[in-house]
Design a protein around this ligand. Structure first.
Ligand SMILES: Nc1nc2c(ncn2[C@@H]2O[C@H](COP(=O)(O)OP(=O)(O)OP(=O)(O)O)[C@@H](O)[C@H]2O)c(=O)[nH]1
Ligand SMILES: [Mg+2]
Length: 243
């Protein structure tokens, strides 16, 4: 049996979190030899996020420093020792936890080190991605593909699967506080020559809660990280274990 740890960063997601947790296909995963543990990383939510997650019996970690970046980095640092595969998944129920098995297969078959769930190469439902965000996502993906020579097809996605050694590398090397996290993960993983590929996923409309993304301000921060990491170099003394 291989152990999967699913990290779900949340800030005021009382309307989405239950469905995200309920949708995790434990039976199907077990049939394929995986056991999944879920960790919700809460960031000072002032709604019923924690109560709802707790009622589903998952582990909850509290991160005081606000921001998705802080939450995910804390998640990476809190992984159980026996974890083999790490999944990150947003808590707003815009990504489908039931599509998880597809995220894992390329890791299991040693096709790559990291899997990105691609919305741009998958299904973008209804009004889930406003035009400006869609343009932004295509733009960021294009500049990463050209400058970092990787084949990723959706840099700003909220659905990732990593081999544990990559998650350990990220735990030590990430600095993003907020929404530049995904850009920082992809650019640094590309700099480390980890093999990153995408599988198509569904992106559905956020139905109840508010988006925390501020397209212009966060867009600038994402671009800054892209530029900064062009000069980022891995620590030579670190031995990189790849697939
Ligand atoms: N822990 C924590 N999670 C956060 C914070 N901000 C956002 N998140 C979570 O990160 C995920 C993505 O945030 P969203 O607001 O959905 O941002 P987005 O998916 O880029 O934007 P939309 O397309 O509008 O949904 C969600 O699960 C949020 O709850 C934060 O400050 N702390
Ligand atoms: Mg979202």
């Amino acid at each position: 049996m291989k152990n999967i740890t699913v990290l779900i960063p949340c800030y005021n997601e009382e309307k989405g979190i239950s469905d995200v947790i309920k949708g995790i296909p434990h039976k199907k995963l077990e049939a394929f030899g995986y056991k999944a543990e879920v960790i919700v990383i809460d960031n000072n939510s002032n709604d019923k996020t924690v109560k709802k997650a707790a009622s589903k019996g998952v582990k909850i970690i509290t991160e005081k420093k606000q921001g998705k970046g802080h939450a995910v980095i804390t998640g990476f640092k809190s992984l159980p020792k026996n974890t083999d595969i790490v999944i990150i998944l947003d808590g707003d129920n815009t990504y489908l936890s039931r599509e998880m098995l597809r995220m894992i297969e390329p890791l299991d078959s040693k096709f790559c080190d990291v899997v990105i769930g691609t919305r741009l190469g998958g299904k973008v439902k209804g009004g889930s991605m406003p035009t400006m965000n869609r343009w932004g996502n295509w733009f960021f993906t294009f500049i990463v593909r050209t400058a970092y020579k990787t084949s990723v097809t959706d840099v700003c996605t909220g659905y990732f699967a990593f081999n544990k050694n990559v998650a350990d590398f990220l735990a030590e090397n990430l600095e993003s506080k907020g929404f530049s996290l995904e850009m920082e993960m992809v650019t640094k993983m590309a700099r480390m020559n980890y093999e990153i590929y995408s599988v198509p996923i569904t992106y559905q409309e956020r139905r109840f809660s508010e988006s925390k993304l501020r397209p212009f301000k966060d867009g600038i921060n994402i671009l800054k990280v892209w530029a900064k990491d062009l000069r980022w170099k891995p620590n030579k003394s670190r031995k990189v274990k790849k697939v």
